[in-house]
Design a binder for this molecule. Structure first.
Ligand code: SF4
Length: 349
């Protein structure tokens, strides 16, 4: 089956020509789709009837089937089913004055972070760009307000599915697509060094916001909770990040899941501050107190410990925020968003 959301404008023009249609019709169709959210060719009234029929016979709009929606005061969780029976989670989050959509990029994840529930079943498969975009389209259609922010923080490691994430992001930020601001689309990665280098060279990807799960200030601790870092070492990661071509006024977000007695000590905070000292203007740190999960052997630190950790970083001039999630089944690191979350900015202690 052929999905129209698998094509960017250039590719769709070529495909239309191969179908015997004029090139410019591709732009017309994408305007209906991404500006008016029309997912019915028969309503695209500026196309001749026979062309609409041909398009109907050729393309489909939705690769995902919406199974369920769970509403909470500040969020909605959507469950979708793929054509081959996998379940994909997407979460719409109400933040102070806007909506943020957290999309999944893979079914499961191969990275294997030991604190992450998504890792338990490993990777099933990559999502296609159409499956990634369809999460946006279906949720936007169901939402009373325009969704302005997208974070690739749902299931999966987005940079392990680079080409499909790139295509989806291109459609999200292009004027002929969803036309979201590049500043409002965030890719969150566990720190795949080769893909980060690729991203730094990529005119579309490097314009997006970048968030990296750091989770420890030293190689040995990081390796113990993120096996992928045996190859993607902390020193290589930092080398890429300090050279990363950031757009003006932009910083890289470092996500740090605080786990009791594992990476939450004063020494950990001091080492983290030292790691970032020479480049502190380049980074901000999000501290995410771990949310206990019955399947995982970790605990959340006491609040005072979290705040003390933050204080050490603030005192050394590093912008650091605590991100509390609400509810036991919610988590804020990549791959773990389950229902809803909230950002609480705590000012300089
Ligand atoms: S935290 Fe992210 S990268 Fe790590 S296993 Fe979970 S989904 Fe994968």
């Amino acid at each position: 089956m052929e999905f129209i959301t698998d094509y960017n404008l250039e590719e769709l023009r070529e495909r239309f020509v191969s179908l015997g249609l004029e090139k410019y019709r591709a732009g017309q169709v994408l305007k209906w789709l991404y500006k008016k959210l029309t997912t019915d060719f028969s309503s695209m009234t500026d196309l001749p009837k026979e062309q609409r029929r041909l398009l109907e016979d050729t393309f489909r709009f939705h690769p995902l089937e919406k199974l369920d929606r769970v509403d909470a005061p500040d969020s909605r969780k959507y469950l979708f089913r793929t054509h081959d029976g996998h379940i994909v989670e997407t979460v719409l989050i109400r933040e102070r004055d806007h909506l943020t959509l957290c999309v999944s990029s893979q079914v499961g994840c191969a990275v294997g972070c030991t604190f992450c529930a998504t890792a338990i079943d490993g990777l099933r498969r990559n999502l296609t760009s159409a499956e990634i975009l369809d999460q946006f389209l279906q949720v936007q259609k169901d939402s009373p307000e325009k969704i302005r922010n997208v974070v690739f923080m749902g299931m999966g490691e987005p940079l392990a599915n680079y080409d499909n994430v790139r295509k989806a992001a291109e459609i999200m930020v292009s004027p002929w697509g969803l036309d979201l601001s590049k500043r409002r689309v965030t890719v969150s990665t566990s720190g795949l060094v080769a893909q980060l280098r690729r991203m730094a060279e990529d005119p579309i990807m490097r314009e997006l916001n970048l968030a990296v799960s750091l989770n420890a200030p030293r190689q040995s601790t990081r390796e113990s909770i993120m096996p992928i870092t045996r190859k993607n070492t902390l020193s290589e990661l930092m080398e890429v990040l300090v050279k990363y071509p950031l757009p003006r006024y932009r910083r890289i977000t470092l996500e740090y899941v605080l786990i009791k007695d594992l990476n939450d000590s004063k020494r950990d905070a001091e080492e983290l501050a030292e790691l970032l000292r020479r480049h502190r203007k380049r980074f901000k740190v999000n501290l995410i107190p771990f949310n206990p999960d019955p399947n995982l052997p970790y605990e959340r630190p006491e609040l005072t410990r979290v705040l003390n950790f933050q204080k050490v970083l603030w005192e050394r001039g590093i912008s650091t925020f605590v991100r509390f999630s609400k509810g036991v089944d919610v988590f804020g690191a990549c791959g773990q968003l389950r229902a809803k979350r909230d950002y609480v900015k705590i000012s300089n202690p």
